[in-house]
Design a protein around this ligand. Structure first.
Ligand SMILES: *Cc1c(COP(=O)(O)O)cnc(C)c1O
Length: 439
């Protein structure tokens, strides 16, 4: 059994997180329940910042809020002195409501709407990560309307492939994101932006993938980009102030996942940048990174109550939980794998393997295959680890199942930060059918 952060088994054999007994949490807040280990999030954020500080490099560490966004999480990111990536008007609105300093907000996305762009320019956010020519034009128009100068990075696809599942790879040439490097789209975008009075081109962005366990991909991306950066410096007189290398730092979901300490990614990448800067006699840019998963992923645990079972002799033993693909879409979407334990009987002898099924009307709604557990009963509490990233943020109302609540735990205290949806919430936007008079 691998426990993350402050998670431990207490004297009565219960899983405890942040000094709080998970059995008590389930009693008080119900299940399914997302529990976040706040001190583990602090620890991760600090590790990124310390790595940059040790190397004496100017930096911004932006939390990719799509991994898990709610008002309290954004406020925690602010407390931790992180910047914030948003990819929609909704994530930006959350940041505004949370009182997050707009100058540290970066706006991403391959199809920001004119309304979203307007909203963000009005809010005076720190930077747009521009994805395409359509957006450049929209931004220019918005900047003129609001009489603002807008800072931008250009997102590029350097054609570096990180070793990961296809669905979550975005650094290949054949990607919906960013300006293509090889075909000269980036060169044209740089020229366009340098020519535009309303835009301040700070630098270049790339994001090579997700759940990455090696530094090689980042180093290759830096290498590839610098051959271009050098030529832009000569041919376009473009001085790179910011190099944003995205996120994608891996975490341990299951045995066999071997992520590096976050500082190692930072160190290898910066050394690669320094090498090229020296080689080409260029100035050292500020380095920005955008961790999502690695900040909140292993800090999150989902608690479920067990219900029905189905034993097919010599085939499989299904064990159903009171949630599923509505609170964790990743197994269905990416064949993502997880580990879990019985939170109320954590010291009991493991006896058999169960396959953990969700409660949705969908055969694909399976959370874990062949999980070793003690003999389990209905009403036992199942804890699934490492659900902090892309769990709640991808939660949905399939089968009209209300989305769970979220609690933060730290130093023996629990705080509810997102309330459970109610049935009333589910029908809140529904309007009754118009009844017509029969002739
Ligand atoms: C999703 C994403 C991130 C965060 O990725 P993680 O794998 O969660 O670290 C960072 N930058 C961009 C552009 C992204 O799309």
């Amino acid at each position: 059994m691998h426990l993350h952060g402050t998670s431990r088994i207490n004297d009565i054999g219960h899983l405890e997180i942040g000094g709080v007994d998970t059995v008590e949490l389930a009693k008080q807040y119900g299940t399914p329940l997302f529990v976040y280990d706040v001190s583990l999030i602090r620890e991760k954020a600090n590790a990124f910042k310390v790595a940059f500080k040790d190397l004496g490099v100017k930096s911004q560490v932006a939390y990719a809020s799509k991994a898990f966004s709610c008002v309290a999480m954004v406020q925690l990111a602010n407390e931790l002195d992180l910047s914030l990536d948003v990819v929609s008007g909704g994530e930006l609105y959350t940041a505004m409501i949370a009182g997050f300093p707009m100058e540290r907000v970066h706006f991403h996305g391959n199809n920001k709407s004119p309304e979203e762009i307007d909203m963000a320019v009005r809010a005076n956010i720190g930077c747009f990560v521009v994805d395409n020519f359509y957006e450049l034009e929209l931004l220019k128009q918005a900047a003129i309307r609001h009489e603002r100068k807008v800072s931008i990075l250009l997102r590029t696809t350097p054609g570096v492939e990180a070793h990961t599942h296809d669905y979550i790879t975005t650094g290949q040439e054949d990607s919906k994101f960013g300006f293509d490097l090889l075909s000269g789209q980036v060169d044209r975008a740089i020229e366009w932006a340098l020519d535009c009075e309303q835009l301040e081109l700070l630098g270049i962005h790339c994001h090579i993938g997700s759940q990455i366990f090696e530094t090689t991909g980042f180093v290759m991306a830096v290498e590839k980009l610098y051959t271009y950066i050098e030529s832009w410096s000569n041919s376009l007189n473009f001085d790179l102030k910011v190099l944003n290398l995205g996120g994608g730092f891996g975490i341990r979901y299951i045995e066999g996942d071997e992520p590096l300490p976050v500082g190692d990614y930072v160190k290898a990448t910066i050394e690669a940048v320094q090498h090229h800067v020296n080689k080409f006699n260029l100035s050292m840019p500020e380095i920005w990174i955008e961790p999502g998963r690695s900040l909140v992923g292993d800090a999150g645990t989902t608690l479920y109550t067990l219900g029905s079972q189905k034993d097919i002799p010599n085939v499989r033993h299904y064990l159903s939980v009171d949630g599923g693909m509505t609170d964790n879409l990743r197994p269905a979407l990416y064949q993502a794998q997880y580990e879990g334990i019985l939170a109320n009987r954590a010291n009991d002898q493991v006896e058999t393997k169960y396959s953990i099924a969700g409660k949705c009307c969908e055969s694909g709604d399976m959370l874990i295959w062949d999980l070793p557990l003690p003999k389990a009963n209905h009403k036992d509490l199942l804890a699934v680890f490492c659900t902090g990233a892309y769990g709640y943020s991808m939660a949905n109302n399939y089968n009209r199942i209300p989305r769970p609540s979220v609690v933060f735990v730290e130093d023996g205290d629990a705080q509810l930060v997102v309330e459970r949806e109610t049935y009333e919430d589910l029908v809140r936007f529904d309007l009754p059918l118009n009844t017509k008079e029969k002739v």
